[in-house]
Write a protein that binds this ligand. Structure first.
Ligand SMILES: NC(=O)c1ccc[n+]([C@@H]2O[C@H](COP(=O)([O-])OP(=O)(O)OC[C@H]3O[C@@H](n4cnc5c(N)ncnc54)[C@H](O)[C@@H]3O)[C@@H](O)[C@H]2O)c1
Length: 465
């Protein structure tokens, strides 16, 4: 029977942040009836008013369309959300603790709340952990608490894991058209409900145990982070050899066994997931008696890459005390306003510590950066200024650093160069082509940005840049 004839599955979303909102809207786009709840009233009222609480391409139009179609609505209590749902997807944050373990507080709170609510509400439910949690969490921390607090038998309450693989910047596409769906269940009824929920997604559904599904999520992120880190190490080697790292990674990536994605060298990975997930994966594996040297190496290489780019910036700009430096691109990558673990933060902090007056710009992430910067610096430091245009950021600048790969920076204009005191840019993403730099009379220093290939004459050991 097609979805239009059958009663659509009813999904509840707990946590309307980056992942939860995209996930809920993807379900709605595939015909499910979705009820969302977030603990923060300001998030609820933004989403309820058809406004995405963060920037993500295509998200706001999808939200408005699904609300108009009556498939997505926001409620003000977890109880109402549970009443309106069969499958309840937990999309709450699992941030890093200083030990590297994940903070389970928000998940535990929402599990207790859902468990208590389920005691009062009849009918079969499946509670699905979509937040990223280390292998074993769903079975050892979530299921027992839910069963105890709800007073239900396992045949009345399913508990499952269903990790999410979407990436910020392409969330809508990734959530609506995933490459695969991974679910972890211990009972056939929960699996059957999840199969029904995902029926129209046209992606293979891989059914595993809960800890198997949790392991897939961490393994995938560890592998991707390793690819990025490998490219980052190659950028350093390319600098020694006068090679162009993009030419090298393109040649590597054309091997279908390797593939071209996540081989772009830059200032190191950031974002809310990679570093947090790798740290938790390393710690959890150690607890299980396994040393995950590959994930440890990816983290270490990422730290080294930050030191390396700070060295490149220092040697390109020279002593920066009293100089005006523009920092362009503040999000952890283009396409998102997320500044969590963005390299812009330590780069700005280093420049300010070295005495520079730093003027920052980003097309959409400026407010998030402002909040993160004040949290980092206590708001005391006035040597960081927020510019509302590239022109303003570059006015009288003694140099600039390009951190995030927003395409508009790649279309560098001659008039931008003319605004600068010294036409010098440190391009950490190789966004500005040689031709564009020549046209705009801009001197560009990059990482891994040489012209030669590995056959170039061996270079002497030299400082970065
Ligand atoms: N952001 C991503 O790209 C991404 C991708 C895949 C997986 N994940 C995982 O998804 C989870 C959520 O990440 P995010 O980036 O969406 O976080 P986020 O901080 O953007 O959103 C989490 C939301 O949950 C809400 N919340 C917290 N506790 C709650 C509770 N008890 N009840 C209801 N709402 C509550 C918060 O108010 C917030 O709006 C994390 O485990 C993350 O690792 C994120």
């Amino acid at each position: 029977m097609s979805r239009s004839q059958a009663t659509p599955p009813r999904a509840g979303i707990v946590g309307l942040g980056y992942m939860g909102l995209a996930t809920g809207l993807a379900f709605a786009a595939h015909g499910l009836t979705v009820t969302g709840y977030d603990v923060k009233p300001e998030i609820r009222s933004a989403v309820d008013g058809g406004r995405a609480p963060f920037h993500e391409p295509g998200l706001a139009p999808l939200l408005r369309a699904q609300r108009r179609a009556g498939r997505f609505r926001v409620v003000n209590s977890a109880e109402q959300m549970v009443r309106d749902s069969e499958g309840i997807f937990l999309c709450v944050p699992t941030p890093s603790r200083p030990s590297g373990r994940i903070e389970l507080g928000p998940l535990r709170r929402s599990v207790r709340e859902i468990g208590d609510t389920l005691r009062r509400i009849p009918g079969y439910h499946v509670v699905v952990v979509k937040s990223t949690v280390v292998p074993g969490t769903t079975e050892s921390h979530v299921a027992p608490v839910l069963l105890r607090r709800s007073g239900r038998r396992p045949d009345e309450l399913g508990v499952a894991s269903n990790p999410e693989f979407l990436a910020e910047g392409s969330m809508v596409r990734d959530a609506v058209s995933p490459e695969r769906i991974v679910v972890g269940t211990t009972d056939a009824k929960a699996l059957a409900w999840l199969r029904r929920a995902y029926r129209d997604f046209r992606a293979p559904l891989i059914a595993l145990t809960p800890s198997g599904a949790e392991l897939v999520k961490y393994s995938a992120n560890a592998f991707l982070a390793l690819k990025v880190s490998f490219a980052n190490e190659l950028s350093r080697l390319s600098d020694r050899l006068g090679a162009n790292v993009d030419a090298i990674t393109e040649a590597i990536g054309r091997d279908s066994r390797i593939g071209p994605k996540f081989l772009k060298a830059g200032p190191g990975f950031g974002g809310s997931c990679f570093a947090k997930d790798l740290k938790a994966f390393v710690v959890r594996s150690r607890e299980l008696g396994v040393r995950l040297r590959s994930a440890e190496a990816a983290l270490r290489i990422n730290d080294d890459q930050l030191d390396y780019v700070l060295g490149v910036i220092r040697s390109a700009l020279g002593p920066v005390s009293g100089k005006r430096i523009a920092l362009l691109g503040l999000s952890f990558k283009a396409g998102t306003d997320d500044v969590r673990e963005s390299r812009a933060l330590p780069i700005a902090a280093q420049l300010v510590a070295d005495g520079a007056i730093v003027r920052v710009h980003d097309p959409i992430a400026i407010e998030n950066f402002r909040a993160a910067w004040y949290a980092l610096s206590g708001g005391a430091d006035g040597r960081l200024e927020f510019a509302s245009s590239v022109e303003e950021a570059l006015a009288d600048a003694d140099g600039a650093v390009l951190q995030a790969d927003w395409p508009q920076y790649g279309r560098w204009k001659l008039e931008w160069t003319r605004r600068m005191q010294t036409p010098l840019l440190v391009d950490l993403r190789r966004e500005i082509s040689r031709a564009a730099a020549r046209r705009a009379r801009l001197t560009v220093v990059g990482i891994g940005a040489g012209q030669g290939g590995p056959s170039a004459a061996p270079a002497q050991e030299a400082g970065p840049g």
